[in-house]
Design a protein around this ligand. Structure first.
Ligand code: NAP
Length: 498
């Protein structure tokens, strides 16, 4: 079943290189150069995308600026209608897009389909939410503030920012792109997408669904190229009025370089799972395996360190090991649970963390096994704070367990991290859970479940190095707008029914 780049997607392909999208057209770059996308499973070239030039980026920004003005004059219900249309096309064509996700980022086949469907749902929900929250403004009257009479009426409403630059990461190249595209468009902005290199072809197919829905020329564009080469030019471009970025430490560097524009940053995490003595141990084991090993641990909200009370540690480790033994390891096409990690350098990085833990005396619950980019699931017990894996994000199927003797010890480890994305607590005592949740310096705490980004309308944010601002459909729409006020000044105070 080879559907990507064929049929209605044929026009996005120029020979062997996927085109970029600008001014409502699919184009080949004047650079004559392309960027190679290596299949993580076969380690062979799977796709090529255009290496766009700075001149092409300039043109995209100019077109976006013009298109945005007309779009801001387009009624809200019409913007919503187009988004609903794009969502339907996206869901209808989930198969070729999922195929790209399997080949570019080794996402298990079923999960790849779910990502596309979830993305369509996100776009529809965003359209609905936008119509509600952007359809309302505020009326303020002046006499509530001391010294004023009621002679001023302030009308405030939300206005677009202009051109939004969206940069998603490789692990959800479709979902984390539409979570920026939808809010930007419903709020009346233009959108420039720079997809991750691994995942770029899935993103281009997704953009084609928006193209087919009939959005105006230039309103949406997608420029491809290596982040390290065109990234700075894009993020420091004077035509950009807002940056929404999801990824790793790159986001910290972007925050330092970007000009005076609003930033939405969703960065890395080291989500802690704190397990108390009274927890339901089967529930804990199930969530550690799902939370730590889904998509081979390549999720921002994966469980990345288990902090467990010594008295129950043996029992939980045993239950987790039993479940790990049942995971299917292999290619994404077979719907394996554990698939190759995204690049060879990622696999090398993970191996570095594992070897450091080995030298420092961690207990290996399974034998360490790697074939090319494929790493077998591994639980490391008796990890201590002097090991790198206690603090760093492996982004792979390798999970450290630190045994603790008090809840305070667990909270202390969680808060000593430079990250603060999510965390979770397992206990049957809700009062304790609330106290621990309040003590944890993370953007979200899950009680009795593994961390998760969804459902997509929930607020989602990281503290410290994990982010700036908040995501989630409503928060993203608000973030991509600014408040504008118009004040009506009456010659004399006026009081209704007065
Ligand atoms: P990454 O290396 O930071 O890349 C993210 C995006 O930035 C990619 O599109 C990349 O393009 C681009 N990029 C690279 N250099 C750039 C530059 N100088 N300027 C502008 N853009 C640039 O992250 P990743 O490896 O794709 O994703 C893994 C990381 O994302 C992990 O740390 C994970 O925790 C985090 N993440 C966070 C969340 C969240 O919501 N908090 C969600 C998912 C993932 P290229 O691919 O072309 O280099």
């Amino acid at each position: 079943m080879a559907l990507a780049g064929t049929g209605m997607f044929a026009e996005i392909l120029d020979g062997e290189v996927y085109r970029y999208y600008a001014d409502g057209e699919w184009r080949s770059s004047a650079s004559g150069k392309s960027v190679t996308i290596v299949n993580p499973t076969t380690r062979k070239t799977q796709y090529r995308v255009q290496a766009c030039t700075q001149e092409e980026v300039n043109k995209v920004m100019d077109a976006a600026k013009v298109a945005q003005k007309a779009w801001a004059r387009t009624p809200l219900w019409k913007r919503a209608e187009l988004l609903h249309k794009a969502a339907a096309i996206l869901k209808e064509h989930k198969a070729p897009i999922a195929e790209c996700l399997v080949k570019e980022i080794a996402k298990p086949a079923k999960d790849a389909v779910s990502e596309v469907v979830r993305s369509g749902d996100l776009v529809s929900y965003t359209a609905e939410e936008g119509v509600r929250i952007l359809g309302e403004g505020k009326l303020l009257v002046s006499d509530s503030f001391p010294g004023n009479e009621r002679n001023k009426y302030c009308l405030s409403s939300k206005i677009p920012l202009g051109v939004v630059l969206a940069i998603p990461p490789f692990n959800y190249p479709v979902n984390l792109a539409v979570s920026k595209i939808g809010p930007a468009l419903i709020a009346g902005n233009a959108l420039v997408l720079k997809p991750p290199t691994q995942g770029a072809v899935a993103a281009l197919h997704m953009v084609h669904c928006f193209h087919l829905a009939g959005f105006p020329k230039g309103l949406i564009s997608c420029v491809t190229g290596k982040g390290s080469e065109i990234g700075d030019f894009l993020t420091m471009h004077p035509g950009v009025n807002c940056i929404s970025f999801t990824g790793g430490d790159t986001g910290i560097a972007i925050s330092k370089k970007a000009g005076m524009v609003p930033l939405q940053m969703e960065l890395g995490g080291k989500d802690a799972c704190i397990v108390l003595e009274d927890a339901d141990l089967d529930l804990v084991a199930g969530n550690i395996v799902k939370g730590g090993f889904s998509y081979s641990g390549q999720r921002c909200t994966a469980v990345k360190v288990v902090l467990i009370m010594e008295s129950i540690a043996d029992a939980v480790v045993q239950k987790v090991n039993a479940k790990l033994a049942k995971l299917k390891v292999g290619p994404p096409e077979d719907d394996s649970d554990i698939t190759p990690v995204v690049t060879e350098s990622s696999a090398n990085f993970i191996e570095g963390l594992v070897m450091d833990a080995k030298e420092k005396g961690a207990t290996f619950c399974q034998e360490y096994r790697r074939e090319d980019n494929l790493i077998w699931p591994l639980l490391l017990d008796h990890v201590r704070p002097d090991m790198r894996i206690a603090w760093e994000e492996p982004f792979g199927p390798v999970l450290p367990v630190i045994r603790i003797n008090s809840v305070e010890e667990g909270i202390h480890h969680c808060n000593a991290s430079n990250f603060g994305l999510q965390g979770c607590i397992f206990t049957r005592d809700i009062n304790k859970a609330i106290l621990i949740s309040d003590a944890m310096e993370t953007g979200t705490v899950q009680i009795n479940s593994a961390p998760a980004r969804g459902p997509d309308h929930f607020p989602f944010q990281g503290l410290k190095d994990s982010g700036i601002g908040s995501q989630g459909i409503t928060n993203s729409i608000n973030m991509m707008t600014k408040v504008k006020s118009t004040v009506i000044n009456l010659p004399s105070p006026s009081y209704t029914m007065g």
